[in-house]
Design a protein around this ligand. Structure first.
Ligand code: NAD
Length: 794
């Protein structure tokens, strides 16, 4: 079995530096090489440096690495990962290629340049190392021409999407000479280690996602011009309404950059012979003119959109003037909005008789037909095509899933009526009486493979909860949560309320889950597959009670939250929490009592209650404090005040991690907690963690007293807040909240170093919480957050 212990990335531009960062994020050391500059910068001249100095010779890669800290969204999951990337250049450091197990070429999109780089790699690599290209569309076979046999056996395309940390798709493109073992290794490595969704693509221009995606964008451009729609109008129906990203059509083009887009489109134009394709891939002249003017999108400050002051204006492609942004209004849009899910929305939209429907049909139908035509040529299965579009372009539904959504029979009839040439295999499928490309049966998913239904192949580590429940049912369900048997003696508690907010029904289900686990199971996973793990406790419910002055009821609710968390913590069987994306407030509080946290790499965790004028009420203060204390190695002397300061600071400033790695730096996770790089594997990983804890002979934690900083520490905690208040940075209510928080963290009015128990701190926490929620200014903050989605500073 191969292993990638060290990698080299050649080319430190947008993609090269992003790929290097992603490798560093998963702990693989990388050498990042680029060309040697031919000229000195002014700064270098001033320092008296010459072209022979290593600082200058490594400059391109070095600057790219430094820039990683400035890019948004952040390519690195932690600043610390920078130390894993070593800069160098393609003249002095070629010998480093001999140390790498994987060498990735990410230089300019130019065959001659890439071939030259591969010649150098061939001379310096060690036999058996894998070499790949990140080309967007150049023939992989052509790049390997002239290379040694061992090189060609280990060479393939690995096409990442921008930004590499965040976009899930990795297209893997083998050549005829690639060793099948290398191909299957790359798939496994891509999924299990890089955390990507791997799709096999054939060696054709632009591979899968960019071929279909570019076609779709170009058809949209043509239809916009033909139907005299405006840029804004097109975007108003090609975004979230149909399950596509917010950036819809033209904002996406602005972000990608018109220069890059034209380059990608030209690559198909130059490499295909089909007349229709040539015509579509011939970029409209107004767009070429935009590029000539330098209006290439976000990086130039203007493209299809221009930001003027607070306003965003749209380009009129006929007059080249920027105008007020427009939106389509139509009955079909209103109808679609009332439907649940993108599939139903799409169906409601395409068959209408207004301008919105016409546009949508005219841009969707050709893409469906085109995808059908390319099956076999660019990919072996419709599953690969759908996955590529979903994972690379952020579509909720791939082309064939969209086709199913609008009804294959009905749409094919309409296509034929309009003279569109429907792919023969699709017509044959209908003739056989097969009505859809996919079918789900007892929780198993099947796709049409050109002659019959075949089960969709997925990595065994992928648990699709919707399918799992269809197959295995649920043990118990209420409005907020469900309890599911995950197999092998492991239970899963799934949240499914709105935004996965935690309410009484969730707490009831947790209580039930713990009882059930203790009686009949080996352990419990708390996880779900919603948009976010949980955005916190149900604010609306609490505000409602608070405004009604039901403080006694609120006290009961908070008590119940605290007790449920204690029950989780001290249950006789292991509990593993699996947070991902946003895990805020109460979302943190149901994670930290677990014996183990198996977080997704993208976990944004924080106790953010102060934003709504509160402090954590479900044991969050206490658990974060304990996690900080536990992080101190045995026998090491430490300053208790510093520990308290750190916890206070995290909560008072509502710090939210930008990754699981950072959540660990903030002590939400311990070094022993796990991180799943592949979000689709998270529930599997969490289940394995339960089984491992169980196999080790699990024993619940023993209740222990712990020291607090007490009355003197309280004063110290508040120093900063007092200064900020005195200089006008925070309001009186902010200071009031800070005082309540400090009181809880400090452990109240006891001498410094007093040992207290958990219940004691929970009582302080609950009292503080109730005082705060009774305060009108806190209620105003809660109301503002619920109505406006933003914090109120009062
Ligand atoms: P870029 O222009 O940002 O970076 C290219 C790098 O190549 C630069 O660091 C440059 O110094 C280096 N370079 C230039 N001439 C060279 C030479 N003669 N020898 C060696 N290196 C040289 O480009 P990018 O966007 O990072 O694209 C790199 C590759 O990735 C291309 O093949 C591109 O098609 C592909 N790609 C790009 C994207 C994207 O969104 N930008 C996405 C997927 C794939």
């Amino acid at each position: 079995m191969k292993q990638i212990k060290k990698a080299a990335v050649i080319g430190s531009g947008v993609m090269g530096s992003g790929i290097a960062a992603h490798l560093a994020n998963i702990g693989i050391p990388v050498t990042l090489l680029d060309i040697v500059p031919k000229e000195l910068t002014e700064g270098e001249k001033k320092k008296g440096l010459t072209l022979e100095d290593s600082q200058v010779r490594n400059r391109i890669a070095k600057v790219a690495i430094e820039q990683l800290l400035k890019h948004k969204p952040a390519p690195l999951t932690s600043k610390k990962n920078l130390s894993l990337i070593e800069p160098g250049n393609l003249e002095d450091h070629l010998s480093k290629l001999g140390e790498a197990d994987w060498i990735i070429e990410v230089v300019v999109e130019n065959l001659a340049v890439k071939k030259k780089v591969f010649e150098q790699i061939d001379q310096h690599r060690k036999p058996g190392s894998i070499i790949s290209s990140n080309t967007s569309g150049i023939s992989v076979e052509a790049m390997a021409e002239g290379r040694s046999e061992d090189f060609r056996k280990h060479f393939l395309g690995t096409h990442f999407f921008n930004p590499p940390r965040y976009l899930k798709l990795l297209e893997v493109i083998p050549t005829q000479n690639t060793d099948p073992e290398v191909v299957s290794f790359m798939k496994e490595f891509g999924e299990d280690v890089l955390g990507k969704g791997v799709v096999f693509a054939k060696d054709t221009p632009n591979f899968i996602a960019n071929r279909i995606g570019t076609y779709g964008l170009l058809v949209t451009l043509q239809e916009m011009l033909k139907g005299k729609y405006s840029v804004g109008e097109v975007d108003s129906i090609t975004g979230p309404l149909i399950g596509r990203p917010k950036s819809a059509t033209f904002r996406t083009l602005d972000v990608v950059g018109l220069d890059t887009f034209i380059h990608v489109a030209n690559n198909v134009f130059e490499n295909v012979t089909n007349e229709h394709e040539k015509q579509v891939f011939d970029v409209p002249s107004f767009m070429k003119e935009m590029a000539n003017k330098g209006w290439i999108g976000a990086k130039a400050g203007q493209g299809f959109y221009l930001k003027k002051g607070k306003d965003i204006l749209e380009l009129n492609p006929e007059t080249f003037e920027y105008e007020e942004r427009k939106k389509l209004n139509a009955a079909s849009i209103e109808m679609a909005k009332q439907q649940k899910g993108s599939a139903n929305k799409l169906k409601a939209l395409v068959y209408g008789k207004d301008r919105a429907s016409e546009l949508l049909w005219n841009i969707l139908a050709p893409v469906l037909v085109y995808s059908g035509d390319l099956l076999g040529e660019i990919a072996d299965t419709i599953v690969d095509i759908d996955r590529a579009m979903k994972w690379g372009f952020g579509w909720e539904l791939g082309p064939f899933e969209s086709w199913d959504a609008i009804g294959v029979e009905k749409s094919v009839a309409l296509m034929k009526e309009q003279g569109l040439a429907v792919p023969k295999w699709v017509e044959e499928m209908l003739e056989k009486g097969i009505p859809s490309f996919y079918k789900e049966e007892n929780g198993d998913l099947y796709y049409y493979n050109g002659s019959e239904y075949q089960e969709v192949e997925t990595n065994p580590k992928v648990i699709n909860l919707k399918q799992w429940k269809a197959k295995h049912g649920v043990i118990k369900k209420n409005a907020g949560a469900s309890l599911i048997d995950l197999g092998d003696g492991v239970l899963l508690l799934e949240f499914h309320s709105k935004s996965n907010a935690i309410g009484l029904d969730t707490l009831q289900m947790i209580n039930f889950a713990v009882d059930e686990m203790e009686k009949n199971y080996k352990g419990l996973v708390i996880g779900n597959q919603g948009k976010n793990y949980s955005v916190g406790a149900n604010l609306a419910l609490m505000l409602f009670e608070a405004q009604d002055d039901n403080l006694f009821e609120l006290d009961m609710v908070v008590r119940q939250f605290q007790q449920t968390m204690m029950k989780l913590k001290y249950s006789s069987k292991p509990v593993v929490a699996a947070p991902f994306n946003m895990a805020l407030g109460g979302g943190v509080e149901v994670s930290v009592p677990a014996d183990h946290i198996q977080a997704s790499m993208e976990t944004y965790m924080g106790l953010v209650e102060v934003g709504v004028g509160l402090i954590p009420g479900g044991g969050g203060n206490k658990e974060l404090y304990l996690r900080h204390l536990r992080g101190i190695p045995n026998g090491v002397e430490y300053d208790l005040q510093k520990v308290a300061n750190k916890v206070f600071e995290s909560i008072a400033m509502a710090k939210v991690s930008t990754s699981a790695e950072e959540a660990r730096e903030l002590n939400y996770l311990t070094p022993a907690d796990g991180i799943s790089v592949n979000a689709d594997h998270q529930l599997y990983d969490a289940k394995q963690a339960v089984l491992a804890l169980n196999a080790k002979g699990y024993k619940p934690p023993v209740k222990q007293k712990f020291p607090v900083v007490g009355e003197t520490g309280y004063a110290t905690l508040l120093l900063g807040a007092q200064v900020m208040f005195n200089s006008g940075y925070i309001s009186e209510h902010d200071l009031f909240i800070a005082k309540k928080l400090a009181y809880v963290i400090a452990g109240g009015k006891v001498p410094y170093g007093t040992e207290v128990d958990e219940e004691y701190l929970l009582n302080l926490e609950r009292e503080a919480f109730i005082t705060l929620i009774a305060h009108p200014k806190t209620q105003a903050r809660m109301q503002h957050m619920l109505v406006k989605g933003k914090p109120l500073r009062n």
